[in-house]
Design a protein around this ligand. Structure first.
Ligand code: PLP
Length: 463
C-alpha cells in the first residue's frame, strides 16, 4: 500500500469512526455535473468553494420553480399574481426574521448581498459616528465606512484578545458620540468562529452598537440577533444556498429610519409632489421599503426564505456535526505533510466552519489550485480572498499577485505570496473531501502531471 493510500485509508477510518451519527449531505444542484480532466476522461465536479458561492439547495430550486409561473410585481399591482407575489415577498421577510431570531421591532431589509447590506448601514450612520473594525475582516466589512472615522484594530491571536482589544479601543474613544463595531461571525480565510456575544457585550458596555457580518456564519451555524445581542446582522443568499441575487440586513430600525433612502426611487417614496418653488416635495417610507427602492427581487427573497426553512428543518446540530466530520477528514488526511501549512489566528484546533486556507511549501498557490481543478476536477479558490490585511498577517509578509506558474513562489523572506482555500457545507459529500485529500497528497509527493502557464496573472493548463 502506498503512503497516500495508507493515509487516505487512515483518514477515512478516523473520519468514519466519528461519522456514524452524521447525516448525509443535503441535495444540491450540480451534484451530477461532470467536468473534463486534462489528463483524459471526466469526473464528477467537486465544488469545494462554498465560501465564495454555495450551490443552490435542490429544495430552494424546487420552491423557486414552483413559484415561477405565479411571478408578478411586488407592492405595485392590483392583479391576483401581484397580490400573491407581494404576500410571498412579505412572508419571506417574516421567515428571515424568524430564522435570525429578530426582536419584535427589528427590520429586515432585502438587499443584493452582504456587501450591499453593509454599504446600506454605512450610508445610514449618524453624523460623527466612529467605526471600529478588526484588520481581519473581509473587504466588504472593512471598506464601506469611507465617510466615517474608522479605527482598524490589530489581528488578535485569541478570542479573548479580540474582546480585550475592542474594549481598550472603545474605552479610549469620546463616549458621547455614536459608535459602531463591525465584526465577522466566521472568518472567510480561516473559518474560525469569533466571540460575537462577548464582542457585542463589550460594544454595548461602551455605548457602541455592533453589526455582525454573518456571510460565512449563517450558512453553517444558527445566528440569533436576540441571543447574540447584536444590533444588526448581514448575510448573502448566494452563500446560503440561494443564489438568486438577494441579501439581508436585519436589525434595529432607528438609524435606518432616520437615514436618507439608500436608493431614491419608486417603492421608497410615499408621496411626490411638485413644490411651490418648482422643485419636488418627497415623503419617504419609514419601514424597510425606505431602503428597497425599485422593483423588489421577489424570487431572490423567496429563495432566501426557502433556504432558511430548509436549514432550520435539517437542524444546525446535524449540519455542524457533518461539517466537523469533513473538517476532521481534511485535517487528519494532511496532518503528516509538513509541506502543508494551514492558516489560523486562534490555533489549528479553534472552533471553525468548513473553511480552511493553507499554503504548500514550494508551490505557487495559483498553480496548485489549477492542478486540483485540471487534474482532479476539484474547484477551490486561491489568492487573498478579499481580506488582504488578514492574509498579509497570516503569511507574515506582503501578499502578491503571484509570479510565473510552475516556479516555486516566495517573497524575498521565503514566505508564500498567497494561499489556497478549500470550503464546504451542507451539500458536500464525503467523496469530494476525500478526493481533495488524496489530490493534495499526490501533488505534494509527485508534483503536477501537466504543464501550466500564466495567463492574465493566473495559472492555466498549458494546452
Ligand atoms: N463578508 C464575508 C466574511 C465574506 O466572506 C464575504 C464574501 O466572500 C462577504 C462579506 C461579501 O459577500 P458578498 O460578496 O456576497 O457581498
Amino acid at each position: 500500500m502506498s503512503a497516500t493510500t495508507t493515509a487516505v485509508a487512515a483518514t477515512t477510518a478516523v473520519a468514519s469512526s466519528s461519522s456514524s451519527c452524521v447525516r448525509p449531505p443535503l441535495p444540491v444542484l450540480g451534484r451530477d455535473v461532470t467536468v473534463p480532466l486534462v489528463t483524459g476522461g471526466e469526473v464528477a465536479y467537486a465544488a469545494l468553494d462554498y465560501a465564495a458561492s454555495a450551490p443552490a439547495l435542490q429544495r430552494v430550486w424546487d420552491d423557486v420553480a414552483a413559484y415561477a409561473p405565479y411571478y408578478g410585481s411586488v407592492h405595485r399591482g392590483a392583479g391576483y399574481l401581484s397580490q400573491l407575489s407581494t404576500d410571498l415577498f412579505e412572508n419571506a421577510r417574516a421567515t428571515v426574521a424568524g430564522f435570525l431570531g429578530c426582536r419584535a421591532d427589528d427590520q429586515v431589509v432585502f438587499t443584493r448581498s452582504t456587501t450591499d447590506s453593509l454599504n446600506l448601514l454605512a450610508a445610514a450612520l449618524p453624523a460623527g459616528c466612529r467605526v471600529f473594525v478588526f484588520e481581519t475582516e473581509h473587504h466588504a466589512a472593512l471598506l464601506p465606512w469611507r465617510d466615517a472615522d474608522v479605527t482598524c484594530l490589530d489581528a488578535p491571536r485569541t478570542p479573548d484578545e479580540a474582546v480585550a482589544t475592542l474594549e481598550r479601543a472603545l474605552a479610549a474613544r469620546d463616549p458621547h458620540g455614536p459608535a459602531l463595531v463591525c465584526v465577522t461571525g466566521a472568518s472567510n480565510v480561516t473559518g474560525e468562529l469569533w466571540p460575537v456575544r462577548e464582542l457585542a457585550a463589550a460594544a454595548h458596555a461602551h455605548g457602541a452598537r455592533i453589526v455582525l457580518d454573518a456571510a460565512q456564519l449563517a450558512p453553517h451555524h444558527p445566528v440569533s440577533v436576540r441571543d447574540l445581542d447584536v444590533d444588526w446582522v448581514a448575510f448573502s443568499g448566494h452563500k446560503l444556498y440561494a443564489p438568486f441575487g438577494s441579501g439581508v440586513l436585519a436589525g434595529r430600525c432607528d438609524w435606518l429610519r432616520a437615514a436618507e433612502p439608500y436608493l431614491a426611487g419608486g417603492g421608497a417614496s410615499r408621496t411626490v409632489r411638485r413644490s411651490a418653488d418648482g422643485g419636488l416635495d418627497v415623503t419617504w417610507h419609514e419601514g424597510a421599503a425606505r431602503h428597497e427602492a425599485g422593483s423588489p427581487n421577489v424570487i431572490g427573497a423567496h429563495a432566501v426564505a426557502s433556504a432558511c426553512k430548509a436549514l432550520a428543518e435539517e437542524g444546525f446540530d446535524n449540519l455542524i456535526a457533518r461539517e466537523r466530520h469533513l473538517i476532521r477528514t481534511v485535517r487528519a488526511g494532511l496532518a503528516d505533510l509538513p509541506e502543508v501549512r494551514f492558516l489560523s489566528l486562534f490555533g489549528d484546533d479553534a472552533p471553525r466552519v468548513g473553511v480552511l486556507s493553507f499554503v504548500v511549501e514550494g508551490w505557487n498557490s495559483s498553480h496548485f489550485a489549477a492542478a486540483l481543478s485540471a487534474e482532479y476536477g476539484i474547484g477551490v479558490r486561491d489568492g487573498l480572498f478579499c481580506a488582504h490585511p488578514l492574509v498579509r498577517t497570516l503569511l507574515g509578509g506582503e501578499p502578491g499577485a503571484g509570479g510565473e506558474c510552475g516556479a516555486p513562489e516566495a517573497a524575498p523572506g521565503g514566505q508564500a505570496l498567497n494561499a489556497i482555500r478549500v470550503s464546504f457545507g451542507a451539500g458536500t459529500p464525503d467523496e469530494h473531501v476525500e478526493r481533495f485529500v488524496r489530490a493534495v497528497r499526490e501533488l505534494v509527493r509527485d508534483g503536477a502531471r501537466w504543464r501550466y502557464r500564466t495567463r492574465d496573472g493566473r495559472c492555466v493548463p498549458a494546452v
